[in-house]
Design a protein around this ligand. Structure first.
Ligand code: NAI
Ligand code: MG
Length: 498
């Protein structure tokens, strides 16, 4: 079995070779002295920063060294109520009455200001959440700005977006976002909502609230009318208060499937609209006719990118049996080359796990895979002693019933499963409660189309993985949620058609 081959490669050849070849890089930390963070942040309601009703603040930490970064306000029902009222007033007043062409100018202005403050935002994103600076700088920031640009362009074209129908905004949108793409998720949620003429109360994740609060500053700088965007920080309880508030017309949630289901139950029987973007267990399917080196890079990008903190991560590798050994060998070699460590180092590939809790969850699932008999392959990268880190890992000898093949790990951990025929690949890929994304690697376009038609996944990438574009709709099947974000399809959840 391939396990032996890779183990040998891994232990006897690769680590020493890496040292012999001098593949270690000198540290190259991003300068952060220009970043000015406040020690304490209040809630952003009705265009102003205001103290929370409870008077309480909580700490946000840097997961790479466990240091304290800033204190952030803990919003309660009272604050949520104030924010929803401010949003309602703005919706019934200035914002609701404003022409689309005028609204669009504000949305453009936000996009421009994000670009101008991109360096600072990227650093704060990496410090607060643990992702490598090359991800936050080259992926999160450009995409966040691109979403505002994209939706700014729609603001005055809504009447042409859906042929024969007139579009009206819904009112006040309550939006709850997770910690894996803090600013980008804020952009995904806020940009279409306000471009369509709605107003917003956004609740960022408790471990990564800072870039949303910098976005609040940007919104102030852009002179957005007060109340159009309100940002209320806090944890699950604050999110729950937003879901339960009677003055909210729509809830948009991205996060865990458990909380998504809880939200669905909470709003059942109300008139609130709902979109959910939940977990995933994507299959990255590699056929024997695929360009293998490219596929291996795609696999690495699909799961080790952003520490695997990606809902559409390619966490199951389905590989055609005849190339299993060669793919595993190449993958072992490739994960040895990934640099794990300081998120602010420009050479870092795999940064910090977002929180201690998330790290514990990864350890738990990895231990379960080992005890269920899967063979573990792990990079020998040195893990910093402080902070939350996990070395790139994959498992062979995985069967579909193993927990590691079924549950969302949300970490840099991949399960390798084999298949023999395209039918078997489809069956195995779809054998999950999720359905967010999938990848197909093959030389044959016909095979791509044949497969894509049969996949129960919202996004199917061909010969690439984790590619995003604001024009392209994103969303899930089954327990990955419903509703689409991005592109023209992403307007619909924020509009009523008449
Ligand atoms: P979570 O679902 O608890 O958190 C997401 C957001 O929901 C946060 O802003 C949180 O404060 C809020 N929230 C929590 N409880 C709530 C409630 N009862 N009502 C309203 N809002 C609530 O996710 P968590 O605990 O941070 O991560 C747990 C697991 O979820 C991860 O290990 C991962 O598997 C998955 N996850 C999936 C994400 C995705 O993008 N699909 C993102 C984050 C986590
Ligand atoms: Mg933090």
């Amino acid at each position: 079995m391939a396990t032996d081959i890779t183990k040998k490669t891994h232990e006897t050849k690769l680590a020493p070779r890496r040292e012999r070849a001098g593949w270690t890089y000198a540290p190259s930390p991003e300068a952060k002295d220009h970043v000015r963070l406040k020690g304490r942040y209040d809630l952003f309601i009705d265009g102003k920063f205001v103290a929370p009703h409870s008077g309480k603040h909580f700490a946000t930490h840097n997961p790479a060294d466990e240091s304290h970064i800033a204190d952030v306000a803990e919003g309660d029902e009272h604050d949520v109520d104030t924010a929803v009222r401010a949003a309602r007033k703005a919706f019934e007043g200035t914002w609701g009455k404003m022409r689309g062409s005028e609204r669009g100018k504000y949305v453009y202005r936000i996009a421009r200001r994000i670009q101008e403050r991109a360096r600072e935002l990227a650093i704060v994103e990496s410090v607060d959440g643990g992702k490598p600076i090359k991800e936050s700088r080259d992926v999160d920031l450009p995409l966040a700005a691109a979403h505002f640009f994209h939706y700014a362009g729609w603001a005055d074209k809504l009447d042409y977006a859906f042929a024969g129908r007139r579009a009206r905004p819904l009112g006040v949108a309550g939006q709850i976002i997770p910690w894996n793409f803090p600013l980008l998720m804020a952009a995904w949620k806020i940009a279409p909502a306000i471009a369509c003429g709605n107003t917003v109360v956004l609740k960022p994740a408790e471990t990564t609230p800072l870039t949303a609060l910098l976005l609040a500053e940007i919104i102030q700088e852009c002179d957005l009318p007060p109340g159009v965007v309100n940002i209320v920080t806090g944890a699950g309880k604050t999110g729950g208060a937003l879901v339960d508030h009677a003055g909210v017309d729509k809830i948009a949630f991205t996060g865990s499937t458990d909380v998504g289901k809880r939200i669905q139950r909470a709003i059942a029987g109300t008139n609130k609209r709902l979109t959910l973007e939940l977990g995933g267990k994507a299959a990255n399917i590699v056929f024997a006719d695929a360009p293998i080196d490219q596929a291996v890079d795609g696999i690495v990008n699909g799961i080790y990118f952003n520490q695997g903190h990606v809902c559409c991560a390619g966490s199951r590798l389905l590989v055609e049996e005849s190339i299993h050994d060669v793919v595993v060998r190449k993958l072992s070699r490739r994960i040895e080359q990934l640099r794990v460590g300081d998120p602010l180092d420009k050479n870092t590939d795999v940064g910090a796990i977002n929180s201690k809790m998330q790290l514990e969850k990864i350890h738990e699932l990895v231990a379960a895979a080992v005890s269920e008999g899967c063979a573990i392959h792990q990079s020998s990268a040195k893990i910093p002693t402080k902070g939350y880190f996990f070395a790139p890992t994959f498992f062979t000898g995985v069967s579909q019933s193993h927990r590691i093949a079924q549950e969302e790990v949300f970490g840099p951990v991949l399960s390798v499963i084999t298949f023999r025929t395209p039918d078997e690949a489809v069956e195995k890929a779809n054998n999950t409660m999720y359905g967010l994304s999938a990848g197909i690697w093959t030389d044959k376009a016909a095979k791509v189309f044949w497969m894509a038609k049969r996949m129960r996944a919202g996004v199917v990438w061909a010969n690439t993985f984790n590619k995003f574009d604001p024009t392209s709709p994103f969303g899930g099947y089954k327990e990955s949620g419903f509703g689409r974000e991005g592109g023209r399809a992403g307007l619909a959840p924020y509009l009523e058609m008449v």
